[in-house]
Design a binder for this molecule. Sequence first.
Ligand SMILES: [Zn+2]
Ligand SMILES: [Zn+2]
Length: 178
Amino acid sequence: MDEKRAKLWSESVRFHGHSCPGLAIGVRIALDYKEKIGLHGCSEDEEIVAVAETDSCSIDGIQSVLSCTAGKGNLRICRRGKHVFTFFQRPGNEGLRYSWKSPKLEGLSREAKTDYFLNGPKDELYSVEPARCSPPPKADIHVSVLCALCGEPTAEPQLQIRNGQRVCHECAGEEACY
Ligand SMILES: [Zn+2]
Ligand SMILES: [Zn+2]
């Protein structure tokens, strides 16, 4: 690993809180995508949008290296239990889909696996192909309206109509979603 990559890896470990093979998956893919598109800095605002089909440790590598974050809305998590990541650049929208092959590395320690994921041969680790999905819509900013029952400000499209009143999900009796 060259110096620049090593620095991004240690920043990712700090961000994530520990070093692990899962984090290495996200970092490896993010670094390779970054090189492929010739990005030098990080993704200010919504320049790059990532769609992750997992919510494992790996997404912290994507967040740290590409600055695609949940808060900015340019990391979308679609839980499908696969280490598949699709990236789009705005504008342009030409997307790339990275699929991790999860090679069996029996007998290797966590450290050795992590190292292999970061430095092993691409072809054994993942495949790249054109995106299969379309880019997600831009993150919207909505006005907040007070829930008629609890009075808490709630983003307008999330309000439900109950007995002719606009109420939040909780006051509408819905379970929390996670
Ligand atoms: Zn981890
Ligand atoms: Zn409410």
